[in-house]
Design a protein around this ligand. Structure first.
Ligand SMILES: Nc1ncnc2c1ncn2[C@@H]1O[C@H](COP(=O)(O)OP(=O)(O)OP(=O)(O)O)[C@@H](O)[C@H]1O
Ligand SMILES: [Mg+2]
Length: 456
């Protein structure tokens, strides 16, 4: 008996792919490209299985799913999801679809899934499917599937339930504040405030933290509530604890140790019920040795340490982060990009990211804004990112033990980078500037290891 499969997807290319995947199978395929067409077809005949794209412009896959269920309660549905539709995918599973597959999918995997779906005995439980969907899901907005980030998340979960101070170390842009918020949100204090204490000069910081009485110093024209009062019952986060001046360090130590503080200009002590989380991108231990950070405070803060590794040490997180940022900036900028091309992703994966996740986020946002296609392409990325900075001539001319041939390659690479920059990344124009054929330039770029060739 031949099974009848209904493919609902707006992209003709997916139709072609599926036709190819199923060409040797005994299945009959029918295709719809939109909602009305799909529902119409279901009214006319019974399908054994629906392969449903959740992202069809102008409508929602969930709506289709509900409609299909109306005409055929038992029809089996496999959802084809893109990253951006995780939530709806979860809902789809709840609406009774039996499985899901991520786009772009592996042909074999899809075929296996379809076969097993049609062998009706084989059903994955809703909970199991939901679990595996959630695995790619962020923990309080922390995206990352690398071993390093998974252990960060584990650690956050463990310390959250305690009242212990936490020291978060990591380079700029690695997500220290995000981690601190996650600790707070997972803690029993989550319904009380999370407040951030940013760096400020001595007196200002002191009055920011502890508050002041009107008239306690010039400029104190009214009473001011300090952050330790505001955060009562909650968490206070020191964004860059290395910048807290010595004079305030002593007072900070006292709040942590004695759980009390004095408002500037007052004499009575107040109780502080606040958890302290501190972040730094400097080596506090070295500062202790140098005498610029109090040793006792360092030990008080460093009860539990969470280390956020730099992005270059967890490049496997880049695709997930990129997906997340595309999703985020799609909605902020009213765009509907479906993702990033392999070429552009490869470029991002090859960079060293001194500004870490923050820098990646900015690059993805700008790529998304520049793109007028369906995906972020290499040419949408900042030119200097794609082609690298040219090497300065004096350093090229240094006789430093580099083989002659490598020096010549470097020189060619620099020259091409410069031409590409002048040509805004358009290879054809860069070739004109260099007075060479575009095909020659392209070959040289491949040979010299320029990443991304502007194609998918
Ligand atoms: N693992 C992550 N998943 C998703 N977004 C992240 C992640 N890490 C960082 N970000 C994003 O990167 C940006 C910078 O993060 P955050 O402010 O937490 O970094 P930071 O370590 O505090 O930086 P700085 O040292 O400069 O203060 C934020 O927009 C944050 O949402
Ligand atoms: Mg920060």
């Amino acid at each position: 008996m031949s099974f009848l499969i209904h493919v609902v997807d707006d992209e003709p290319i997916i139709h072609d792919i599926l036709r190819r995947i199923f060409k040797d199978e005994e299945y009959t395929l029918e295709f719809s490209t939109n909602y009305e067409e799909a529902v119409e077809k279901h009214k006319r005949r019974r399908f054994d299985l629906v392969l449903l794209d959740l992202m069809i412009p102008g409508t929602s896959g969930l709506k289709i799913l509900r409609e299909l269920r109306k005409s055929d309660e038992d029809v089996k549905v496999i959802i084809m999801t893109a990253y951006a539709t995780l939530e709806s995918a979860v809902e789809a599973v709840e609406l009774g679809s039996i499985d899901y597959i991520h786009k772009p999918f592996d042909n074999k995997e899809l075929l296996e899934m379809v076969r097993s779906a049609l062998r009706s005995d084989n059903k994955r439980g809703i909970e199991e499917i939901k679990d595996s969907l959630q695995q790619g899901q962020a923990f309080h907005n922390i995206v990352g599937a690398s071993g390093a980030m998974r252990s960060v998340v584990e650690k956050i979960k463990k310390v959250a339930k305690t009242n212990s101070t936490v020291l978060i170390e990591g380079e700029s842009g690695t997500g220290k504040e995000l981690a601190a918020r996650a600790v707070h949100m997972e803690s029993l204090r989550s319904s009380a405030p999370f407040v951030v204490a940013y760096s400020a000069p001595d007196e200002l910081l002191e009055s920011n933290l502890f508050g002041h009485k009107k008239g306690s110093f010039t400029g104190a024209t009214a009473d001011k509530t300090g952050l330790f009062d505001v955060a009562h019952g909650g968490t206070i986060f020191f964004d860059d604890v290395a910048t807290v001046p010595m004079s305030v360090q002593a007072k900070l130590l006292r709040v942590i140790q004695e759980r009390e503080f004095i408002v500037v200009g007052e004499t009575t002590v107040r109780k502080a019920d606040v958890r302290v989380i501190a972040a730094t991108n400097q080596n506090l231990k070295e500062m202790v040795s140098a005498g610029t950070f109090r040793e006792d405070l360092y030990y008080r803060l460093n009860v539990v340490k969470i280390l956020l590794p730099p992005l270059r040490e967890r490049k496997e997180d880049i695709p997930l982060l990129v997906e997340r940022f595309i999703e985020k900036y799609n909605s902020i900028n009213n765009k509907s990009l479906k993702g990033i091309t392999d070429g552009a992703l490869k470029i991002l994966e090859n960079l060293s990211w001194p500004g870490n996740v923050r820098e990646l986020e900015n690059v993805v946002e700008s790529g998304l804004i520049m793109s007028d296609g369906e995906r972020i392409r290499p040419e949408d990325l900042p030119v200097e990112l794609v082609y690298g900075e040219p090497t300065a001539l004096p350093s090229l001319l240094k006789v430093d033990g580099t083989p002659f041939k490598d020096k010549v390659d470097l020189f060619q690479k620099s020259l091409i980078s410069e031409a590409l920059r002048q040509a805004d990344g358009v290879q054809k124009r860069a070739a004109e500037l260099l007075m060479m054929k575009a095909t020659t330039l392209n070959e040289m770029m491949k040979r010299l290891g320029f990443m991304g060739d502007g194609k998918d």
